[in-house]
Ligand binder design. Structure first.
Ligand SMILES: [Zn+2]
Length: 539
């Protein structure tokens, strides 16, 4: 106990501290941006002055940190056409039509959130969009942000036709006559987005950051790692922070451009220097190594199953192993944290080989490199994570037998599905675990994600199938992964747990999820969120 007299605020409830002993307390006192006391209600209250405000809830946990999120991008979609709460082709089209009708002055209709399984193997078609928006280009990212749905006007605008070849890092789904059907995969989608889609100015991004921050604070999130930050977005983070409006602690993963080589490193070092400050931390590089198995763009050690393998082989590796090793060794020597995106087993192996090469060249350090997604690692690579000091950056919401897993993943990977998301094995191996949502790929609500980590079932289907029961983890481990684990990944040694002297990032909840049935975890709601001692959300 330290002196809590003159505390600004006292929070009372079951306090799950996520300290090293996983201890519980009953009250927390906050002064300025710090936690100044943690203990029983009596202990904390007796040290309090008259001006102290008291906030009561059922449970209090550390502020959540999302270790892999596209918050600004998701905010941008929320400010445009957002389809992620719908689950039907016609509902999508109705909303797109209504948005276009309500915004006759916009030269483009932009948005996202459509779900792959709704359109089956072929993906969505431009004709459907042409029927509702015939007069201007439409560009809509899907939920996993690896594909885009465009109309004919958009293809015309970009000059894409039957004789346009596929880019090396993606492809156009095509009609039998060779004309792109309106579904762009991977590099085909990103390049289109970067070159043609308006709305990416520093001001646009600033509005998107503010929208995302508001939404995420309401879910108890007080810090995150933005998994894809290019120059304009970094400028926007800088501007929002300089204006004193960034209450979220943000780590920016500076984007490794796979169309360039080592010559980009000087520019990354410059961005690290001018981007950092206040709530913005810029010491991370994002290397995207592959796509995803659902579209046969993950990088695999063996070909996809049957006809998928005939067409797509072992998938796509965006950064070849040799370049990756050279980049990893150099970036590690410059003190950068590596954030590698790897879903397929070949991508995961390359990611770990790259860190191994960096360790060999530069020795062990505290860079806290991490590999995100880890959908289908080879079992031999699971144990390498701990040995190399690589954090497992997991998106737990995907690890269940949902429509995506059943209708798209399993047919493409066959019996390799028996290796999906080895979260339990990673914990047992001693690897550090951090959790993130990959929003807008999936919900950023930590409690929904945590429930899936605990049950490996689809939320709302308590009697449904369990995806690999041995890979379930307990609630305490899951909460720790989303708080202390992600804070560690984010180099935030002041956050992620509730103890005296820690930064006051706290979430007050309407119930104690430890007291509930595991299938009710997802119903937990935020009563209030504090970031650096400031109330940034109150229900
Ligand atoms: Zn991502």
């Amino acid at each position: 106990m330290t002196d809590a007299s003159g505390a600004d605020l006292i929070l009372v409830g079951d306090v799950y501290t996520v300290d090293a002993a996983r201890s519980w307390a009953r009250a927390v006192a906050v002064r300025g941006d710090r936690i100044v006391a943690v203990g029983t209600e009596e202990q904390v209250r007796e040290r309090v002055g008259g001006a102290t405000e008291v906030l009561t809830g059922a449970c209090i946990v550390p502020g959540f940190q999302d270790s892999h999120i596209h918050a600004a991008f998701a905010g941008r979609i929320r400010l445009n056409v957002n389809l992620d709460d719908l689950h039907d082709r016609q509902a999508y089209l109705d909303r797109i039509a209504a948005f276009a009708h309500a915004h006759p002055d916009r030269p483009w209709i932009v948005g996202g959130g459509w779900y792959n399984p709704i359109f089956g193997d072929h993906g969505p078609h431009r004709r459907d969009l042409d029927a509702v928006v015939p007069d201007r280009p439409v560009f809509l990212m899907n939920t996993d942000t690896h594909a885009a749905w465009v109309n004919t006007k958009a293809l015309e605008f970009a000059g894409i036709g039957a004789d346009t070849p596929d880019p090396w890092d993606g492809y156009y789904v095509r009609d039998p006559d060779g004309m792109p059907a309106g579904c762009l995969q991977e590099g085909a989608a990103y390049t289109f987005w970067a070159r043609h889609v308006p709305g990416g100015s520093v001001d646009d991004w600033g509005a998107a950051i503010a929208e995302a921050q508001r939404y995420l604070h309401a879910l108890g999130i007080t810090g995150y790692q933005d998994a894809w930050v290019e120059e304009d977005l970094l400028r926007a983070y800088r501007a929002v922070d300089d204006a004193g409006e960034l209450t979220m602690r943000v780590v920016t993963s500076l984007w490794w451009d796979r169309h360039q080589g080592m010559e980009q490193i000087d520019g990354l070092v410059e961005r690290r220097a001018w981007g950092a400050g206040g709530n913005v931390h810029t010491n991370t590089i994002k290397l995207m190594l592959d796509g995803c198995p659902e579209t046969c763009t993950a990088s695999m050690l063996a070909p996809f199953e049957g006809r998928f393998g005939e067409q797509h082989g072992r998938g796509i590796q965006f950064v070849d192993a040799e370049t990756l090793i050279e980049a990893a060794v150099r970036l590690d020597a410059l003190g950068f944290q590596l954030h590698q995106h790897a879903l397929g087993d070949r991508a995961v192996r390359s990611a770990l080989d790259a860190v191994a090469a960096a360790r060999e060249a530069n020795g062990m350090n505290d860079a806290r490199h991490h590999v995100a997604h880890l959908q289908l690692p080879d079992p031999a690579d699971v144990a390498r994570m701990r040995d190399l000091g690589v954090i497992a950056n997991i998106q737990p919401y995907w690890a269940c037998p949902d429509e995506m897993t059943e209708t798209l993943t399993k047919p493409r990977v066959g019996e390799r599905a028996s290796r999906l998301y080895p979260v339990g094995d990673l914990v047992r191996s001693g690897a550090v675990l951090a959790f993130g949502s990959d929003w807008p790929v999936s919900t950023p609500d930590p409690w929904r994600e945590i429930e899936v980590a605990v049950t490996r079932q689809v939320v709302g289907e308590p009697d449904g199938e369990v995806l690999r029961p041995a890979q379930r983890i307990d609630l305490a481990t899951a909460v720790a992964a989303f708080t202390g684990g992600s804070a560690y990944l984010n180099h935030d040694d002041d956050g992620g747990s509730i103890h005296e002297g820690a930064r006051a990032d706290l979430v007050v909840l309407d119930r104690n999820p430890f007291a509930a049935d595991v299938h009710e975890i997802h119903t937990t709601r935020t009563v209030a969120t504090l970031a650096s001692g400031r109330v940034v959300y109150q229900a």
